[in-house]
Design a protein around this ligand. Structure first.
Ligand SMILES: C[S@@+](CC[C@H](N)C(=O)[O-])C[C@H]1O[C@@H](n2cnc3c(N)ncnc32)[C@H](O)[C@@H]1O
Length: 269
């Protein structure tokens, strides 16, 4: 059950409540003005946070959405590694437009191979360590080809159609092919609640994204569930963490077979 605002107000007291209310809804600045450009990385960005980088490169991961602090938390340990990142959804309306986030990742991960996939032809944006494919995110053939050509994907970001059926189908194809420790991000999960995007008003509708994510959270605890007839699924055993943020989910792949103390403790305290 969620905590009501009146309960918080009672607990923290009037003065703290006023401060809290003032802080709520206040957004940090969207980056220093004058820095935004598609040109080479200004030295001034070094040492600044990923949100400032997002502002510079013009991706909506910061400003329209508020994803970059979450990405920075999860991606920082990988930053200097040799790895392959695939982002589904390149962006932009024209053939040669878009690619803002790909350019940001290219610079922010200095040793990584950066791959993009888009249903529109954005292949002109390929350069250096960036390779862009054209294809539908639900086409298993193109997803397999990307892995065949570049090897295991350490990071996947689904910023494509945001249609819940596509989101799930893409996950079901890619996740089994990822290495241990891989991170799989799904952006704009708010479409889960929007029927016009393939989502549902029913918070438990199994075809929508968030109810499926809630199932993954239950699956994380499969060993604690007392139903003797429950058979563990592959995702139960191979999803090690599910990080949920506003409109963003980051799923970590890894062995989740930890065992349980249910035999000793579930009978009661
Ligand atoms: C929000 S934009 C991506 C923005 C970009 N990732 C960024 O952060 O700058 C979404 C992109 O997904 C692409 N897209 C839509 N449906 C798709 C599908 N089924 N498969 C692949 N890409 C798709 C669109 O063409 C569009 O370029």
């Amino acid at each position: 059950m969620s905590i009501t605002k009146s309960e918080v107000r009672r607990v923290v007291g009037e003065a703290a409540w006023v401060r809290l209310k003032l802080a709520l809804g206040r957004r940090p600045p969207a980056g220093p003005t004058g820095l935004r450009s598609t040109g080479p990385l200004p030295a001034a960005l070094n040492g600044l946070d990923l949100s400032t980088w997002a502002w510079h490169f013009g991706t909506d991961k910061w400003g329209e959405h508020w994803y970059t602090p979450h990405y920075e938390r999860h991606f920082a340990p990988l930053r200097r590694k040799r790895l392959t990142l695939l982002e589904i959804g390149v962006g932009g309306y024209d053939r040669s437009e878009g690619g803002e986030s790909l350019r940001m990742w290219e610079q922010w991960f200095p040793r990584a191979r950066i791959l993009g996939l888009d249903i529109e032809d954005k292949t002109e944006l390929s350069r250096g360590r960036v390779t862009v494919y054209q294809g539908n995110q639900v086409d298993e053939g193109v997803l397999r080809r990307i892995i065949d050509e570049h090897g295991p994907l350490r990071v996947v970001i689904d910023d494509g159609s945001h249609n819940p059926a596509h989101v799930r189908q893409t996950f079901e194809t890619l996740f089994p092919l990822l290495p241990d420790g891989a991170l799989y991000a799904i952006e704009d999960t708010q479409t889960s609640y929007w029927p016009t995007w393939g989502g549902s008003l029913d918070l438990a509708d199994p075809s929508a994204t968030i109810p499926w994510v809630k199932d993954l959270v239950d699956g994380l605890h499969y060993e604690e569930q007392l139903d003797p007839g429950r058979i563990s699924s592959w995702t139960d055993e191979m999803v090690r963490a599910v990080h949920c943020y506003h409109n963003l989910v980051i799923i970590e792949k890894g062995d989740n077979r930890e065992g349980s103390s249910a035999d000793r403790l579930a009978a009661g305290p």
